[in-house]
Design a protein around this ligand. Structure first.
Ligand SMILES: [Fe+2]
Length: 231
């Protein structure tokens, strides 16, 4: 616990004024360091899944007018950061949201909160409700206050495209989730297809063509990991 508090306090100082506005998300390098640190606490395929999500988000945001590709990358990289605190289902949403709030990264915190609910409601969660009733209510109220924006939608889409080994066919990825969790509501499935159509309309291109090279991201992420562990 003390380790987390000290790390949080150190990382808090990274919330700085970049350009003309005070941004509430870390730089790309800071986000990568947060992911590496989290991976040491709870190693797993979620780390590479996060890198692939970030890659997809950056590519798609770059193809959309008015979206910040750096913010999209950081949001994708940290959307599952709550997994730092152990193997949990809904708990990872709660932990990630709280962790990013503690660091002052509110724009990432909302992504941690919204990424699992493409229909905008808590009831749409597929996994176990492994947090307390009070925490569940806290999440429900916070989610209710958010009007989903294009960054929320983008990370929901990319989460459904990103496997741990690279970009996946969206339907295969949803079938994989269905196999692992035993359930995938049709409305949630349809919403993901709707999100893909939304961003294809915005970019005017096939999403799979925009996000190609996902495997390269894993290779680069692993090299980065090696460099960090040799430091
Ligand atoms: Fe994810």
């Amino acid at each position: 616990m003390l380790y987390y508090i000290v790390t949080d306090l150190v990382l808090c100082s990274y919330t700085v004024k970049r350009g003309r506005r005070k941004v509430m998300y870390p730089t790309r390098q800071e986000a990568e360091a947060l992911l590496v640190d989290a991976g040491k606490c709870n190693p797993g395929p979620w780390e590479d899944h996060s890198r692939v999500t970030a890659h997809c988000a950056e590519r798609i945001a770059r193809a959309c007018q008015g979206m910040d590709a750096e913010k999209a990358y950081v949001a994708g990289l940290l959307h599952d950061i709550g997994r730092k605190f152990g193997v949990k289902h809904l708990g990872h949403v709660y932990d990630g949201w709280k962790y990013m709030c503690r660091l002052g990264y509110d724009e990432v915190a909302r992504i941690c909160l919204t990424h699992s609910f493409n229909e905008g409601v808590l009831e749409g969660y597929i996994g176990k409700f492994d947090i307390t009733a009070a925490q569940t209510e806290e999440l429900r109220q916070a989610l209710g206050r958010i009007e989903l924006d294009d960054y929320d939608r983008l990370i929901q889409l990319c989460d459904s495209l990103a496997g741990a080994e690279g970009v996946m066919n969206m339907e295969e990825r949803m079938l994989d989730v269905k196999r692992r969790y035993g359930n995938f509501p049709q409305s949630k499935w349809d919403k993901n297809l709707e999100l893909r159509a939304y961003f294809e309309q915005k970019t005017g291109a096939d999403i799979y063509l925009i996000v190609e090279d996902g495997k390269q991201v894993i290779a680069e992420g692993s090299k980065e990991n090696e460099r960090n562990s040799n430091d």
